[in-house]
Design a binder for this molecule. Structure first.
Ligand code: DX5
Ligand code: ZN
Length: 219
């Protein structure tokens, strides 16, 4: 099963509701919200107000990706804003186990993300606590970067490990996903495809962007 998670980082924010509706009408399963703090990554983007707006615009799963150092104090605010799933980076806190427990205690799905330079083994001790493992296929911070194929073996290792201990958990990939790179990610065991540019900056529009990705996934 392939799931599509358009990242609104590349959406036209003056027409956010319409853009989400168009993506959903053409097969978006989750809406991915990239939260950046200017410390963990060199960019500042969206926050709880945007999550609340997305929540109002759709009943699809609201997927919050926190690229934030020490995210613990803000987990509750994102859950209250309407997040269904919250993903934190293993590199962002010395207490990843506690952060994931907290996300689940708030009633959300819990995700753990790995930067391209972080080995799969870094998240092995918490795989039983997660619903999603997010394998970054660019260095986080900006949309529109080139896909890094060297992360594909890591997705395979994580899928294999999850199959042993937590088979329901999904592997998500984020960064540089387009119709050319998606099949490589799919072959490595990725279930959830995040894409910003390939959907919201597709030259023929959002519907064409979604259709190209769905076709690339064999749907
Ligand atoms: C990267 C973000 C991604 C990004 C993807 O730091 O986490 O979600 O928006 O953008 P594209 O699909 O353009 O690589
Ligand atoms: Zn993201």
């Amino acid at each position: 099963m392939a799931y599509f998670a358009p990242s609104i980082l590349s959406a036209d924010l003056t027409r956010l509701g319409d853009q989400i509706h168009e993506a959903v009408a053409h097969g978006a399963d989750w809406i991915h919200v990239d939260v950046m703090d200017g410390h963990f990554v060199p960019n500042i983007t969206l926050g709880t107000a945007t999550v609340a707006a997305v929540r109002q615009a759709t009943d699809r799963l609201v997927d919050v990706h926190l690229m934030v150092e020490r995210p613990e104090p803000m987990l509750e605010a994102f859950a209250q804003a309407g997040a269904d799933s919250i993903t934190v980076h293993v590199e962002a806190t010395p207490h990843i186990h506690r952060a994931l427990q907290r996300i689940r205690a708030l009633g959300c799905k819990a995700g753990v993300a790995l930067n391209p330079g972080t080995p799969a083994e870094a998240v092995f001790p918490v795989l039983h606590l997660v619903d999603v493992v997010l394998v970054m296929s660019v260095n986080p911070g900006f949309s529109g970067q080139a896909f890094l194929p060297e992360v594909l073996p890591k997705a395979r290792v994580l899928r294999q490990k999850l199959d042993e201990i937590n088979p329901q958990a999904l592997i998500q990939m984020d960064g540089g996903i387009n119709a050319q790179t998606l099949p490589q990610a799919q072959a490595a065991g990725v279930d959830v495809f995040v894409a910003a540019s390939a959907i919201f900056r597709h030259p023929q529009g959002i519907a064409a962007g979604m259709q190209a990705l769905r076709r690339a996934a064999g749907l």
